[in-house]
Design a protein around this ligand. Sequence first.
Ligand code: 3MF
Ligand code: MG
Length: 433
Amino acid sequence: MTHPFFAGIEPVRYDPESTGLAYRHYNPDEIVLGKRMEDHLRFAVAYWHSFAWEGGDPFGGQTFERPWHPQDAMARARVKADCAFDLFDILGAPFFCWHDADIRPEAATFRESHDRFQEIIAYFEEKMATRKTRLLWGTANMFSHRRWMAGAATNPDPEVFAYAAATVKMCMDATHRLGGENYVLWGGREGYETLLNTDMGAELDHMGRFLNMVVDYKHKIGFKGTILVEPKPQEPSKHQYDYDVATCFGFLQKYGLEKEVKLNIEQGHAILAGHSFEHEIATAAALGVFGSIDMNRNDYQSGWDTDQFPNNTPEVALAYYHILKAGGFTSGGTNFDAKIRRQSLDAEDLVAAHVGGMDICARGLKAAAAMIEDGGLDAALAERYAGWASEKGRGILASDLAALSARVMSGEIDPQPRSGRQEILENYVNRFV
Ligand code: 3MF
Ligand code: MG
């Protein structure tokens, strides 16, 4: 413990019988499908929600009182880092993630902001030298400052595009320096408020050019991490270009990036786009662009991005089922892009939220692994698609419209509908979650 903020809170241990602050399901060394649970889940703590956010919402200001407040001085940025790494140690978190704006206060000029950023990155490097927690990914905040109000790479002003390039270069260099395993781009303002003042074609071309610059720079500096784009349909923009997985894939193909870039998929964003989390994960897996996840949940009655910690085992079980079926994480992981409620004022609330979220994900992982080991869903799929595995099925795929038409006309081919057995499969899943 380097700071008294978390004083009295012991490192969280696995203790399934505990009624206190303990992991009842997250057992890092437990072997699941031949791999340690910690290495399956690869949890990351998000600096922004847990340490930069002060509790404000659109109708009210700061509620949290932290030793690193006000966040306007470098000395307090170091206190924030001290407390952040204390939380990582308490949780035994294998990873963390940051935006540049989360970890140090911006200054009047880019150069001063850059120099302050290097100072904190050096401070992180010093801490990481003697601690467990690694960097899952870095990213640039190109949505908070007023300069980004009309976008970053998609801004009508080319000088903002250039400023975005300088910002991303700074964050990629730091991610590379700290051994980050990915670099993420969430384009919260890469979209529009109204089409009346938007040249969408130009903006998409600029965003495609920018992402090519990012990939070129990755290779130039020898960064081996994965470049990840994070889909979200809207909020704060009225329409965000990276709307969902399928839209992102089309964008990556158009600009020749589908082999260079993968996706960071967030549960709350999937829901905002009208999809289930597992839909977006299965789509990314099918398209070969699955990378990582931001784990949280939305409030289904509020309709906006509430970024709450997950608490629904069946939901996360299906997400991890599709992640495991896709081969599991490689460089990606489970980043808690989630925040405690603004009334949850205490240090213990911050710890408890992560412990609960980690346990829910561990329960989901174990349920998903059990379904995979049982093989019931795989067997059902194999049976349903057996026709395509047959000689006849392969022949149909290799045929042509005229030849197929003749065979249907002759009555040789006469399809007979069969049950999809959805309720039986839903009952099957409910045996495991
Ligand atoms: C917004 C988000 C963002 C991104 C973050 C990393 C602030 O809804 O999810 O969190 O996750 O910018 O790309
Ligand atoms: Mg996110």
